[in-house]
Design a protein around this ligand. Structure first.
Ligand code: NDP
Length: 529
């Protein structure tokens, strides 16, 4: 694959063109400043708000988006991919000049056919492999940063040359630019976000949980694994020197240990999971699901964010960062970050959140550790001493159920679920089968929501389950009793699931009803009423 550098690009091609940067956020501001510093003629298109004010403060002429598009030979769409289809249809497409060059920083909307390109334009990709702050900082430092370019439509016959010229003007060809298709860029980007990143995160969470269960002090675990910054530094060295060469920076004990033990982690199932994610991306299933989720107001995303923020790990990280007197990188990012009012709102929000988490952590203590049947950390987390004694929770405080009792409770629960109006309403337009498998007891049961009927029973489901959950008996009891948040437990590795992630999350919409029914069945069975 050829890598293009400065000498492959000709700035003269765009020197006398009017360039409209649409959006003045992360990429918009960085690229607009770099283009101007490369001697080009740049205007900005944005709504009249904080972002527009910042562009004006940076001495750009700012216009409404449609006006900026109508004035430009080159239109750089640097707004979030989520809003791009609507903004493009309403404000960009009707005002695009004939022979304009339309530039995307991500292949997503074109690759997943959310945008219809008019025939008489060039459509190109100039996609930095760098966040906005880095795009500007690298340019100012004279370093450059890698980027992908691509051509979706070549009306002028010079589309690739335009993409290269723009890549040079923002500083990318100083480092090196590779050509890919829009689809390849979008798919690789999503793969990193949805497969590589989460798989890596799962290894991290599993390691944190294992080490906490084994009694290592929480702060030491976090410092060792990632919070000291040593691991991030090593990743930087891997990028700089390569995976093999960087090993020379480590002791021979480390080299021998990591290379000899690394073989243990060649796990075929991991490749299967990564492929599953890639297939979902390539087929467009993810893009369709995400578009649908957004048109519903993104309730699943809100739920996932909430669950992630409620993770005890989040609160521990916050405290440890403060204890370490960590220097956040805000100072470096600030010149390119959101406008001051937006930044102030974000800081207030962060403070509010930390306050909320502190309260929560104080109330529940190091709840996740308490929920575990395995040994507790040898050194309790300081925040685990609650300011007030935890409120009595009859279910959480109850002795674990034996197998026979759990089966009786589940049978009663499944019988009640079959006639519960809220569950039947949920089942109306759906056909979802879930299987629950315990990891520490020989017990499987299933629940099906299909065409208005709710059916369930012990054993494997009669039809294949779209979602199969595995957990310990204590976790199941905690989840159905409402004392344990299933999304959080999944993120913490206490629940593993196979099948459709979104279906698993959809079931959470009736989680409260399932909890109500289970708690009632549990009380009834255990009290013999
Ligand atoms: P931002 O979230 O930083 O974009 C913010 C800008 O978009 C603001 O100017 C905002 O103005 C404008 N905007 C937001 N919503 C709307 C709307 N509904 N109508 C009109 N304008 C809107 O985006 P990024 O810079 O992160 O991303 C831009 C592009 O760059 C995307 O295609 C992304 O995939 C790509 N990219 C991003 C990278 C990154 O580092 N973030 C890295 C590589 C590529 P206002 O709210 O005032 O309207």
């Amino acid at each position: 694959m050829k890598l293009y550098h400065d000498e492959d690009a000709d700035l003269d091609l765009i020197r006398h063109k009017a360039i409209a940067v649409i959006g003045y956020g992360n990429q918009g501001r960085a690229q607009a400043l770099n283009l101007r510093d490369s001697g080009l003629n740049v205007i900005v298109g944005n709504r009249a708000d904080d972002y527009a004010a910042r562009a004006k403060a940076d001495r750009f002429a700012v216009h409404p988006i449609a006006t900026a598009v109508s004035l430009a030979d080159v239109v750089m769409l640097l707004i979030p991919d989520e809003v791009m289809p609507a903004v493009y249809a309403e404000q960009v497409a009707p005002r695009l000049r004939q022979k304009a060059v339309l530039v995307f920083a991500s292949g997503y909307t074109v690759a997943f056919e959310q945008i219809a390109l008019p025939p008489a334009i060039d459509a190109v990709l100039v996609a930095p492999r760098m966040i906005g702050a880095g795009v500007r900082e690298s340019y100012v430092a004279g370093r450059g940063f890698p980027a992908f370019i691509g051509v979706a439509q070549d009306y002028s016959g010079q589309a690739r040359a335009y993409a290269l010229a723009l890549a040079k003007a923002i500083g990318a060809t100083r480092a090196g630019v590779a050509e890919v298709t829009f689809a390849q860029e979008a798919e690789l980007d999503l793969f990193t976000e949805q497969c590589f990143g989460p798989a890596f995160g799962s290894v991290l969470m599993t390691s944190v949980n294992l080490l906490l269960d084994e009694g290592y002090p929480p702060e030491a675990v976090l410092l060792e694994l990632y919070m000291s910054g040593e691991f991030a530094y090593t990743l930087g060295k891997i990028a700089e020197l390569g995976t093999v060469e960087q090993t020379a920076l480590h002791s021979t004990t480390s080299q021998y240990g990591s290379m000899s033990r690394g073989l243990r982690f060649q796990i075929p199932a991991l490749r299967d999971k990564l492929r599953e994610g890639l297939d979902e991306i390539r087929s467009g299933a993810f893009a369709r699901e995400w578009a649908e989720e957004q048109s519903d107001g993104a309730p699943t995303l809100a739920m996932l964010r909430e669950a992630a923020r409620e993770m005890p790990l989040y609160a521990l990280e916050t405290e440890l960062r403060q204890a370490l007197g960590s220097q956040r990188t805000d100072a470096a990012i600030e010149p390119l970050g959101p406008p001051p009012q937006v930044a102030a709102r974000a800081t207030t929000e962060r403070r509010r959140l930390i306050g909320k988490l502190r309260t929560w952590l104080g109330r529940v203590g190091w709840r996740e550790a308490e929920e575990r049947p395995t040994p507790q950390p040898a050194v309790p987390h300081p925040a685990s001493t609650p300011a007030d004694p935890p409120a009595a929770d009859p279910i959480a405080d109850a002795a674990p159920l034996d197998l026979a009792a759990l089966e009786r409770v589940l049978n009663a629960f499944l019988t009640d679920a079959a006639v519960a109006p809220a569950l039947r309403a949920f089942a109306r337009d759906r056909d979802i089968t879930t299987a629950y498998r315990l990891t520490d007891r020989p017990l499987v049961f299933h629940l099906r929501f299909a065409h208005g009927d709710v059916t369930g029973g012990m054993g494997d489901p009669p039809t294949p389950a779209q979602v199969a959950l595995k957990m310990s008996a204590a976790t199941l009891d905690g989840m159905l009793s409402g004392s344990l948040n299933p999304t959080r437990a999944t993120l913490a590795g206490d629940i593993t699931f196979e099948g459709e992630a979104r279906t698993a999350l959809t079931i959470q919409r009736v989680q409260k009803e399932l909890i109500r029914l289970y708690a009632a069945a549990r009380t009834r069975v255990l009290e013999g009423t």
